[in-house]
Design a protein around this ligand. Structure first.
Ligand SMILES: [Zn+2]
Ligand SMILES: [Zn+2]
Length: 423
């Protein structure tokens, strides 16, 4: 039986069962809730063939951080954003370096640029690109050519595994640990590295050097770094292959490639080996930009409904996200599909509905996650019989799974869900 289950947890997590295989797209906020929901809604599940993380926001990535440890399930492959391959080697080998770099970027960001956050991340990222290029030129002019080595960390499970043992498995303890005794247990070196990043932000906030919103923005970058590291660490510890889906390559070529043909295909990324380090600023590496969120399609055919996983993607780029990502994917008009509501139904992603409707005819929108700010007017304007929510945040309904049967021979494809009462 082919089906799509929107799991009843906070944040967003979808389980797809297709061709006898299982795919998990995102994992909500935390691994305990995710594991419990998987046990209830897929009791016979032993192995998830593909685990996708669409982007590093906590409501999608948080629950994948300890998925294997807590659920005891086997994972066949991780499909991850290609941009992460840039930051993972350093995050595994020495998360303190990443924290130092991230805080130092904050200290070096001119005050007027900080004011533009969080709305204009590009301006700040661009500032660091300019600084980095100048620094590299300076370094090149001062040192003889063969003395200047660009740092290139090879992505090797074997070497990274040794670092993991050092950073994660022995709890950190020294004389200073008494300062940390308000924690219930000893922190690992890794946890301590991230915690010291956070405490430096709190210090700057307390001293009035940064505003609360800037502090929050940087705290989100630390959360993203921690989630990325945790997901990669699982892959390395359990020897699970990672497949990389690169948005940047798609943004240039406009041609999505890779994935598993006819089963699950990328919509806005190109599958490729880990790219060489791009030397982006930490801010640019870790910034949660919605248009970089990965989107996938399980294509429809004559026997079954398709599923479009939109994540938080607006499915387009450029001014007002007006340039659709879907122009290169050919959809036979007659084949119906189910779509996940873009960005939890947020009005910011309004162009996505236009792009999807210009491309094909979604039968049903399945919405999960988000806050009382979501969903927005466009989602609410959809005929209520064509939408399902795991919970309708503005009505305070309790969480409930939404299950959709994908076999076209079944008379009723919607099996279980709230009638969406968002209005
Ligand atoms: Zn989200
Ligand atoms: Zn609803």
């Amino acid at each position: 039986m082919e089906k799509l289950i929107a799991l009843p947890i906070k944040g967003e997590a979808f389980l797809l069962i297709r061709d006898g295989k299982t795919v998990l797209v995102d994992g909500g906020y935390n691994s305990n809730d995710l594991s419990r929901a998987l046990k209830i809604h897929a009791p016979d599940l032993k192995k998830i063939d593909i685990v996708i993380c669409t982007h590093a926001d906590r409501d999608h990535a948080g629950g994948l951080a300890s998925l294997i440890d807590i659920s005891g399930l086997t994972v066949g492959e991780f499909w991850l954003p290609g941009a992460w391959a840039d930051s993972i080697p350093e995050l595994i080998e020495n998360p303190s370096t990443t924290m130092l770099g991230l805080i130092s970027e904050l200290d070096r960001t001119p005050q007027d640029l900080l004011k533009s956050l969080p709305n204009d991340v590009d301006a700040v990222a661009h500032h660091f690109e300019t600084v980095a290029t100048a620094e590299r030129k300076e370094a090149n002019s001062q040192k003889p050519a063969d003395d200047f080595m660009e740092r290139e960390v090879p992505f090797s499970y074997k070497t990274l595994l040794e670092s993991l043992v050092y950073w994660d498995e022995r709890p950190y303890s020294d004389r200073n640990y008494r300062n940390y005794r308000h924690y219930r247990r000893l922190l690992s070196r890794t946890e301590r590295a991230f915690e010291s990043g956070r405490s430096q932000l709190r210090y700057r906030k307390a001293k009035g050097k940064i505003t609360q919103s800037v502090a929050n923005y940087w705290l989100e970058l630390i959360d993203a770094a921690q989630a990325i590291r945790a997901i990669a660490a699982q892959a390395i510890r359990y020897g699970v292959p990672i497949r990389w889906f690169d948005y940047t390559a798609f943004a240039k070529s406009r041609s999505a490639q890779g994935g598993n043909a006819q089963f699950l295909e990328p919509l806005n990324s190109v599958e490729q080996p880990p790219p060489p380090p791009r030397k982006l600023s930490y801010l640019a590496q870790l910034s949660p930009a919605n248009e970089q969120c990965l989107a996938f399609l399980a294509p429809a055919d004559t026997t079954r409904l398709g599923v479009m996983f939109c994540g938080d993607s607006p499915l387009g780029d450029g001014p007002s996200y007006a340039n659709s990502f879907l122009t290169n994917k050919i959809q036979p008009q007659s084949l119906p599909f189910v779509a996940t509501a873009p960005h939890h139904g947020s009005e910011n992603n309004q162009p996505a509905y236009r792009h999807i409707s210009a491309w094909g005819h979604p039968l049903l929108w399945v919405r999960s996650g988000g806050s009382v700010k979501q969903p927005g007017a466009t989602y609410k304007a959809i005929d209520p019989t064509n939408r399902a929510c795991t919970h309708c945040p503005q009505k305070g309904l309790e969480l409930r799974e939404a299950v959709v049967h994908l076999d076209r021979s079944t008379l009723c494809f919607r099996v279980s869900s709230h009638e969406c009462v968002c209005r």
